[in-house]
Design a protein around this ligand. Sequence first.
Ligand SMILES: *Cc1c(COP(=O)(O)O)cnc(C)c1O
Length: 299
Amino acid sequence: MSLPHGGHLSHGHTASITSKCFNFCHYKVDSKTELINYDQIRDLAISVKPKMIVAGASSYPRLLDYKKISQIAREVSAFCLVDMAHIAGLVAARLIPSPVPYSDFTTFTCYKTMMGGRGGVILSKQKYGKKIDNAVFPGCQGTSAVNLLAAKALIFKIASEDKFIAIQKMTLKNAKALAGALKEKGYRVVSDGTDNHQVLVDLSSKGITGKSAENCLESVGIILNRNVVPHDAKNPGKVSGIRIGSGALSARGMGEPQMLQIVDFMDSTMMNHAKEELLSEIKNKVLELCQEFPIKKSI
Ligand SMILES: *Cc1c(COP(=O)(O)O)cnc(C)c1O
């Protein structure tokens, strides 16, 4: 999936070493719906005959149709790899569909919605297990990182517990609340909503770039990142959008009332980003909210 359309750097972007190891052809989202167009993937697959089709995104607020993607892969005799880095926690909690029954390989990272430490996981169909193991060691890695293995084991244990599932449920609800509140204030939400933990906001009609929004929001203590939106007209440094994730807020125990409050803070900040006095008032309110919902020592 093309990076400016929501894909990840590591999926063959020219700035990533993956583009030097493999020859990637990118698919995009539909310009109207801003959703993945599976017919377009199929056409592209038939014309380029890839060895593997990669699905998975870093900024795509909707669900993927893994069945369709894997069918296309089978049709052109390609492997199907799903990189579920962002959404692994939601999948682990069984709240959104899992790619595992459909893909040959599924990769994910243990932080993001998975809520663990840094480190990755490769799942595969049993028949590829030995090849994957050999590709990791001795193919790419030296001594196995046993400290990281222990950390992964711990987060997998936690992921089976009710408290983890409750946070993931809240993560979905909170993302919907953020998207709804932003829309109510006249912001354009990419794809008109969200099915996961992400909300991608197109600021192009609001007279502020993604970069300025990121900076002024950071100055009041709200951390998110600027992000390209599909068919972004602004240059890659400034960009038209911001990307919000609801995972960290949900892990602190925040719920829908706090999401509305946060959208109020965001809107006042972005629409008044030159008014220093007002910004310092908002900063205090953000701090108060954070103190009311402190980061927990364990979930
Ligand atoms: C974040 C992300 C990665 C990278 O994971 P790291 O553990 O940070 O290296 C890979 N793929 C996708 C789709 C991601 O969103």
